[in-house]
Design a protein around this ligand. Structure first.
Ligand SMILES: [Fe+2]
Length: 263
């Protein structure tokens, strides 16, 4: 009984005919769906981990929904800082809202508990989990003390030691303390940084994936971040009783730098 699922993030879909940072993000999401159909039709589900729509317009969510309808496996969704919760709900329906008032979800599958957390807050680029969400998380973890847990959310809680650390979850300690109430947190998977990373912080494994939009290069004080056209990347997670593995599938390759022309 092996759990297999995909995490996609940072789709940044625009309405038909519109580009985001020179990229046709809707077409790129379609390429992701083609990859899922070709290679992962036997996966248990996929997660869309936020920044679904670049500017949060209803027309972008309509386009997103039409593409999602072609995904051959179940789809679970949470939101990121580019999303507009009301606009998302107007297209996808109110059933996505949990008792926390945000787009959170918990479910059990093949011996694992999967928890999605909505780290977006209206008007903010950085991430935050409310006190209500922390209590909800503790309760969902408390129900699942006998099985491993994977948490998926948009914003990274751990510092990656790059410039965009100032837009992660800036007050992560209540979140980490909640995770530490459980003995077997296998992974905390996020998008947001448009960069692939793995880390261990306070004994917990953290992963970010590059996602579907442009990739950010690693910056340093003397080396500014550059935007690359690829890869378009999803994570492929394989869970057994005693191991959890994260692979990365670059469904769009490419590392050409994007030069923005000032208007
Ligand atoms: Fe993003």
């Amino acid at each position: 009984m092996t759990l297999k699922f995909l995490v996609l993030s940072d789709l940044h879909v625009m309405p038909e005919g519109e580009l985001s940072v020179t990229l046709d993000t809707g077409a790129r999401f379609e390429q992701a769906v083609e990859a899922i159909t070709a290679r992962y039709g036997n996966a248990d589900f996929c997660v869309l981990a936020g920044d679904l729509a670049d500017l949060g317009q209803p027309a972008a969510y309509e386009r997103l929904k039409a593409i999602i309808d072609r995904i051959p496996i179940p789809v679970h969704i949470t939101l990121g800082n580019h999303d507009d919760r009301d606009s998302f709900l107007s297209v996808f329906g109110p059933s996505h809202i949990a008792e926390t008032g945000k787009v959170d979800k918990a479910f059990d599958i093949k011996g694992y508990r999967i928890i999605l957390l909505d780290s977006s807050e209206p008007g903010r680029v950085d991430g935050a989990l409310t006190a209500s969400q922390i209590e909800w998380l503790k309760a969902r973890l408390g129900e699942a003390m006998d099985r491993p847990v994977i948490v998926i959310l948009h914003h990274n809680a751990n510092a990656l030691h790059i410039e965009s650390d100032d837009i992660r979850i800036l007050e992560p300690h209540a979140f980490i303390d909640a995770l530490k109430t459980h003995p077997d947190i296998r992974q905390v998977i996020a998008g947001h940084v448009h960069l692939t990373s793995t880390a261990v912080w306070r004994g917990i494994a953290f992963t970010t994936l590059s996602g579907g939009h442009y990739q950010c290069t690693v910056d340093q004080p003397h080396v500014p971040m550059r935007r690359l056209t690829g890869p378009g990347q999803m994570a492929y997670v394989i869970g057994t009783e005693d191991s959890t593995t994260v692979l990365f599938d670059d469904y769009i390759d490419g590392n050409t730098e994007i030069f923005l022309v000032e208007a």
